[in-house]
Design a protein around this ligand. Structure first.
Ligand code: NAP
Length: 295
């Protein structure tokens, strides 16, 4: 069997086109332009690239974006003042504080200072709680992107056994909460593996759908996958590579070349889950803007 490649780039582009149309409609009918504010602390190269890509996506969707680039030495109090200003700004509908933050700043305090109605990353405890309860709130972008990718590629998780490897607060745990809901597009049997799991392969070999979110290059090998399973690779690992212009290449958590001979469908890295994360951020922001406009 050779797996069908799930093209996250193409699916994300379709979502971004829809979001752009919705933004145009919102401007026409309500005079509201969706606005997303970015706060970047320091110059972590990966964070700088992430924020730049998200700003570019905002511009392409017809959104306004607002950026605060703060020095690595900024105090927590100063950072909280910037969040408060964006909370109060009617032109800003979504606020994104790029993580990680320097160790002298409490990420928890900063995330909790964001108005939950503008928390388009879905990290505020109010939105985390709503996700668990199955209420309407903002779902973190990467888990939302994984669900959307499954649905748009004809792999509805309903009734399927989904094994998620990784239990971080931004990927594994919220994805488990999302897919276990008794709702269309979810209703899956969910197993979550982590470093406390003895012999992960015992679980992944039972999976109809595997979601790898460990941050360990090529950790999911062919022997861990059931014939015909769907494999979603969230991992984005930078591997040094002198042959590339940047000096590194991106590799997922799945041994793609070996697993594609066993799975029925698989996401590549890059070009799988990554583009979906940005598309879902835009989707969350337009939702926030529409709620603000009463649309
Ligand atoms: P994280 O916070 O480091 O969490 C990793 C999780 O994987 C932890 O729960 C850890 O278990 C588990 N884990 C690590 N090694 C393991 C192993 N050998 N066996 C079993 N479990 C293992 O990472 P994250 O933020 O969730 O990100 C995971 C990966 O996804 C990274 O490569 C990251 O770059 C990527 N990512 C991609 C996107 C995207 O847009 N595509 C977005 C976010 C993250 P413990 O809890 O027991 O430590």
């Amino acid at each position: 069997m050779t797996a069908r490649i799930i093209d996250g780039k193409r699916i994300a582009e379709a979502i971004r086109r829809d979001v752009k149309e919705e933004a145009e409609k919102l401007r026409r009918e309500k005079g509201v332009i969706p606005g997303l504010a970015f706060i970047l602390v320091g110059e972590n190269p990966a964070s700088v690239v992430y924020v730049r890509n998200k700003e570019k996506a905002c511009a392409e969707a017809g959104f306004s974006s607002f950026s605060e680039n703060l020095p690595e030495t900024v105090s927590e109090a100063e950072l909280l003042r910037h969040v408060a200003a964006f909370n109060a700004d009617p032109l800003v509908h979504g606020i994104l504080v790029q993580l990680p933050l320097p160790t002298h700043i409490s990420e928890q305090r900063v995330v909790e200072s964001i108005d939950p109605r503008k928390d388009v990353d879905g990290f505020h405890p109010v939105n985390v709680g709503k996700l668990l309860l199955g209420e309407d709130g903002f779902t973190p972008c990467t888990p939302a992107g994984v669900q959307e990718l499954l649905l748009r590629s004809g792999c509805d998780p309903a009734g399927k056994h989904v094994v998620i490897v990784g239990r971080s607060n931004i990927v594994g745990k919220p994805l488990a909460a999302l897919l276990v809901q008794k709702k269309p597009g979810a209703n899956a049997v969910v197993t979550v593996c982590h470093t406390g799991t003895k012999e992960i392969g015992r679980f992944t070999r039972e999976a109809d759908i595997i979601v790898a979110a460990m941050g360990r290059p090529k950790a999911i090998t062919a022997g861990m996958v059931k014939e015909g399973a769907v494999v979603i690779d969230v991992g984005m690992n930078r591997i040094p590579d002198a042959a590339t212009k940047s000096g590194y290449r991106l590799t997922g958590d799945v041994d793609f070349d070996a697993v594609k001979g066993i799975a029925s469908a698989i996401t590549p890295v890059p070009g799988g889950v990554g583009p979906m994360t940005i598309a879902m951020l835009l989707k969350n922001t337009i939702r926030a803007a529409k709620a603000f406009a009463g649309a």
